[in-house]
Every structure is written in C-alpha cells, then in structure tokens.
Write a protein that binds this ligand. Structure first.
Ligand code: MSP
Length: 650
C-alpha cells in the first residue's frame, strides 16, 4: 500500500504566509506518520507559476516573468527546506516535464470529445483566476469570492464538458461519503454541483504566460487555463504522459487544500480525472482560514504573519504544534501570540518538558540515571491500562485529519505520568526504603514519555528525536511496532541529562500587529481605573485597607525550577523560582518539615515578589512563598490551574 500526499501548489505572486505553512505542516505530519507506520509514502509540494496573476505581478515588480517566478518559487522551497519539510518532490508548473504531461492530458480529453472549441463571453477575476457567470457577480461587477472587480472577456476558447459530469460526480460523492473531509464540507460541494455545472473554459487567448496547446492541435493562439494546468501537477509529478513508472502511486491518498480551493479539487479535478480514465484521489481534505488576532490577514493591513519570523522567534516545532493543536481541522483559526504562548508554557513546558526533567532529576538521585522497566507492571498495572486506553484508540483521529483531537487525547498520556508521580511520590518511597517502588514509578514515566513521543513524532520530529535519544531508543517503524503495537516496555537504559526542552515564554516575542487594529481602551473603563487609583481610604480607623494599599504588595505566580536543602538547617529549603523575569529568584523558605526539595521542583507557588531581600542563615532570600498553617501543619498556597509564570495575583 502506498500513500501519496500533496499540498496545493502555491502561487508565486508573494512570499509564504502562515496559511501556506499550515497546509504544508499538516501534509508533512501525515507523510511522516505514514512513514512511521512503515507504509510506502510519497509527498509532493511545489509552486503554481502560470496565469495572468503571475504575469501581472512580475510586470509590477519590473522583472521578466520567468525570473520573477524563479525567485519566488525558490523562497518557498528554501523555507520548506529550512523547516525540514519531508517532501519527496518539489514541482514547478514551469518545469518542461510538467508541460509535456499537461499537453498530453489536454489532447486526450480533446480526442475523447470532452474538450471542444467555442466562444467565451464572461466575467473573469484575475485574482482568483476564475470565470463567473453574470448571475453570481456582486452588484453585477464584483467577484463573489474575493470582492475584486472582474473583467468582461469575450474570446475564442476551448471548453471542457463539465456539465456532462454532473451526475457522475454526484454518484461518486454518494458512493464515497468520506471523499471530502471534513464531512461537514461535503454538502457544500454537493449543493454546488446540484445547482448545475456549466462547461468550463480551459484556454485563454488574451495573454501568453501559460502552457501552449499541444503542437499537433495547430492552434498557438491559446494557452491553457491555469487551474487545468495546476491541478494536473498531481499526476505530471508522477510522470503522467512521459514515463508512467511512478504512476503506481496514483491515486493520491489525500490532497490537502484550503477551503477556498475545495471546489476546484472536489469538482473540476475529479471530472478531469474521469475524462482521463484515471481513478480519483481517496480524500480531499479542506482546512479553514487563519486570521490574526481575529482579523483577516492582508498585505495592505500589514498584518500578515510570516512563518519565518514566527519560527525564528518561537521555533518551528512549537509553531507546528500550536497550529495543529489549536484549531479543529476544517474550521477557521486565529493566530494570537497569547494563545501560542499559553500552549508552549502549559502543554509543552509544563506537561511534557517538566515530566522529562523530573525523571532525569529523580533517576539521577535514586539510581545513577539508570532506568529499568522491570517492576513497572508489578506496581503500575493500573496506569499502564489507563495509558493504553488512550494509545490504542487515539490514532483513529488522524484518519480524518482531526489533529486537535489527536493531540488533545495524546496529552492524556502525559497526564497519566504526571498523576503517577504525584500519587506515588517516589521521594517518599525512597525515604521509606521502598526503592523498587520508587524506581518503578520513574520507569513508568519513562515509558509514558517514550510511547507518547512516538505518536507525537510526526508533529514535532526533532524534539521527539531528542526525547527518544534521552530515553535510549530511536524513533522508527520498529520502535513504533514494538512500543505501541506489541506494547513492549523500554529496555534498561541510562537516561541522558539534558536542559529544558521547552523554555517558557513570558512575553510576546514578535512585534504585535499594527496598533490601528487594536481596539482602543473604552473611555468608561479608563476612567474607572483612574478613579480607583485616587480613591481615599475612609475606613482607615477600622483597620481596613484600600484597593491601592493591597496592591502595594506584589503577588505573583512562580514555578520552582530548583530546590535544595540548606546545609545544617532543619527547616530551610533554598529555591530558585521562575517569576518570568530575566533571572530566577532565590527564595529561602522554612518549609522543609512539610515538603521535600524534589517534590517542589516543577510545581507552582504564589510569591510575594516585592519583599525587601533578607539573609537567612547567610543566604540571600528575595521573596516569600504564601502558605497556610493550622494544627494539621503547613501547606503552600498554589494556583488551582497552572498559570503563566509572573502572572500577578489580585
Ligand atoms: N495555486 C493555487 C492552488 C493550486 S493547487 C492545484 C492556490 N495557491 S495559493 O498560494 O493562493 O494558496 C495555497 C493554499 O494556501 C490554499 O490551500 C489556501 O487555502 C491556503 N491559504 C492561503 N491563505 C490562507 C489563510 N489565511 N489561512 C489558511 N490558508 C490559506 O490557491
């Protein structure tokens, strides 16, 4: 079985933005997942370089069209290379081989009687490279898709008999209910087809930047319609019309597209393929549209998110994770740095990164970094069962590209590990002399991390390779089969000591979108804030304090990064706390009777952050932890749910 995945080919009229990166990330993830399972996989991407739009963009840039296309095509290819996108082939529609395949297909459709010569009179939108009948135009003039002005065109044209495929297409959708994904988009396509299909103009004479008709047709006035040329890339890449060796990869497993180009892929493309007597792709999967901070991205607004800029600042794998986790496949998504940072800090740094750091720390202390799964089943059969309850079923979400569901459920596996540490408190077991039990918990967590990392690999290939290396194994089909399908546990290994995989991010790293887009602070709210500041304290006498007096104390959420006992002290622990500042805060706290140093690491605390530094047993302490004490002892006050470090309390 072979799995052939494709991205759309990107127009070379501008540089890649976050929407392009999203399609590419998803396709890359699917290809990597398919390879991980050991299936033969082929992944195609590339650039769409013909048509009036490109010709006009090149003219505007004052460059010859081919040179302009070369330049922009290279920016896409370089970006995907920098992002380590695992494509097998990068096709360009200006490649000579592609042109041969397109001409071959055209001739075949013509000879079959599916293409005929006629005259076209209609309205053309250059930006969408699409004709629209008068009835569909807005105010008789504007493009129904992008709102731009259309041009009236009257010219000789060849037509494809799309109308003849109406019923065949409807029958196909009926017989293949999962042809269009997500299924919610299916009706949209069916209704469009039921509304009646007009024959499609597939050549143009008003410009020359396109594939000419086959020489044997003796009609050099025409070039091919860019969408016919572009869609055929999916088979010309496999040698269609030249050398069919790679055509055995056809039909594609899945074409990934944005919702705006679903119609071309789910209606025109299947009709062309039927005409060519070729099987249809198994799935067309359409994703939604990305906005930035709730606004449509556009060059004129200056709010286009550059994937290169984001990845330089936040890391490409964090971006991949965010985009595939944040948005249900098929729905529109919003790119906001706040949401992105929350995902990095909470899912990646807290849930995953800390888990790994905790077992590195514990195994270093308890077993000289050696981790052995020998007692995991004995002490943790319940946790293993809980973990497999997720691992056994989670992959089904990828069949329908439900990336957010997949990741959401996969995270339950990390929760099993985090919960096990809290519940079994290996540091207590060590004190009680139950070394086997303590080591079994550490080994359980190592296995949790190994198994979950295998499934996370297609989403975050480099990061998961580092995790696997730390855990003494390699991610490949053999380990996928052994650890996930045969449910084997890790062999004994020595864990490697590594630094934090996901450094926390506290402030947006990228310049925000232009200010004009931000909502001004409503006046009423501003006034209320000002009056709060000025409010006098009437209740001084009663010992009550004002709002402002309370806020003289700065209370913040912090994460304990390191903890150790203060030598010769019975009560004190020395902590390094991350408060989202440039440096960690050193805080000395008298809590040793109630907490061990190990169990504090990775947990969150509430800190009085503006306390004058003082020395305790000669050690500087720059802050205080909030705690509550009664006759049962002392407990720390902590946020109910993990919060961003440095969040103010109040
Ligand atoms: N050249 C055609 C595709 C031909 S495929 C045979 C094309 N190119 S494009 O560069 O304009 O768009 C490529 C892809 O990027 C489309 O799938 C489109 O949906 C996607 N996106 C463009 N802007 C987007 C967002 N703002 N958000 C998400 N995806 C978007 O169409």
């Amino acid at each position: 079985m072979s799995n052939y995945y494709t991205t759309p080919i990107y127009y070379v009229n501008g540089e890649a933005h976050i929407g392009h990166a999203y399609t590419t990330f998803i396709t890359d993830m699917l290809a990597r997942y398919s390879r991980l399972k050991g299936e033969e996989t082929y992944f195609l991407t590339g650039t769409d370089e013909h048509g009036q739009k490109i010709e006009e963009s090149a003219a505007k840039a004052g460059k010859p069209t081919q040179a302009f296309a070369d330049e922009i095509s290279a920016t896409f290819k370089n970006l995907w290379d920098e992002f380590e996108i695992s494509y097998n082939q990068f096709i360009r529609t200006t490649d000579a081989e592609h042109k041969v395949g397109v001409q071959h297909a055209f001739k075949k459709m013509f000879d079959k009687g599916d293409i005929y010569k006629g005259e076209y009179e209609g309205n053309y939108c250059v930006s969408c490279e699409t004709f629209f009948p008068e009835s569909q135009l807005i105010d008789g003039e504007f493009c129904p898709d992008c709102g731009r002005t259309t041009n009236t065109v009257k010219e000789e044209s060849y037509f494809f008999k799309l109308s003849e495929y109406e019923q065949k297409l409807l029958d196909y959708y009926e017989a293949n209910p999962d042809f269009i994904l997500p299924k919610s988009r299916r009706n949209e396509v069916i209704n469009f087809v039921k509304g009646g299909l007009h024959d499609l103009s597939v050549t143009r004479t008003s410009f020359t930047w396109g594939v000419p008709l086959p020489a044997s047709m003796n009609d050099d006035k025409h070039v091919m319609y860019v969408w016919l040329d572009a869609l055929l890339n999916y088979i010309t890449a496999l040698g269609y019309g030249r050398d069919d060796a790679k055509m055995e990869l056809w039909p594609a497993q899945m074409h990934l597209v944005g919702k705006d180009i679903l119609r071309f892929h789910a209606i025109y493309w299947p009709a062309f393929l039927m005409s060519l007597d070729l099987p249809l792709p198994k799935h067309i999967a359409a994703h939604g549209w990305w906005t930035r901070d709730g606004e449509k991205m556009s060059k004129s607004k200056g709010n286009v998110v550059s994937p290169k800029e984001v990845s330089d600042l936040y890391g490409v794998e964090n971006l991949r994770y965010f985009m595939m986790r944040e948005v249900p496949f098929g729905q529109d998504g919003d790119f906001s740095q706040r949401a992105f940072i929350d995902r990095i800090n909470s899912d990646l740094s807290n849930d995953l990164g800390n888990l790994l750091n905790r077992i590195i720390g514990m195994s270093g202390k308890y077993s000289d970094f050696v981790i052995d799964s020998v007692d995991v089943e004995k002490y943790h059969s319940a946790e293993l069962e809980e973990m497999y309850a997720t691992l056994d079923v989670v992959e089904r979400h990828l069949d329908e590209v439900q990336t957010h569901r997949f990741l959401e459920e996969l995270w339950r596996v990390f929760t099993v590990g985090n919960k096990a540490i809290e519940a079994h408190a290996p540091w207590v077991k060590m004190k009680e002399g139950k070394t086997d039990e303590a080591l079994a918990t550490v080994a359980l967590v190592a296995n949790v991390l190994a198994k979950a990392s295998l499934l996370l690999h297609p989403f975050m290939p480099k990061t998961t390779n580092i995790i696997a290396d730390t855990l003494g194994f390699e991610i490949n089909t053999a380990s996928y089969n052994a650890l996930l399908k045969e449910k084997k546990l890790l062999d004994t290994f020595t864990i490697k000591k590594i630094g934090p995989l996901f450094p926390r991010v506290d402030e947006p790293l990228m310049e925000e979108a232009p200010k004009a887009m931000m909502e001004p602070e409503p006046k009423a709210e501003k006034k209320a804030k000002e009056s709060k500041k000025a409010a006098p304290s009437k209740e001084d006498a009663a010992g009550l304090i004002t709002f402002d007096e309370f806020f003289n104390t700065t209370l913040k959420i912090g994460t304990v990064v390191e903890a150790e006992e203060v030598p010769k002290s019975k009560k004190l622990l020395k902590l390094q706390v991350d408060l989202g500042e440039d440096e960690l805060r050193q805080i000395v706290a008298g809590i040793k009777d109630y907490y061990s140093a190990e169990e504090l690491v990775g947990t969150q605390v509430c800190v009085v952050a503006n306390l004058k530094p003082a020395k305790l047993m000669g050690i500087l302490s720059a802050g205080m932890l909030l705690a509550a004490k009664d006759e049962d002892g002392l407990c720390l006050v902590r946020p109910e749910k993990p919060r961003q470090v440095g969040s103010t309390i109040g």
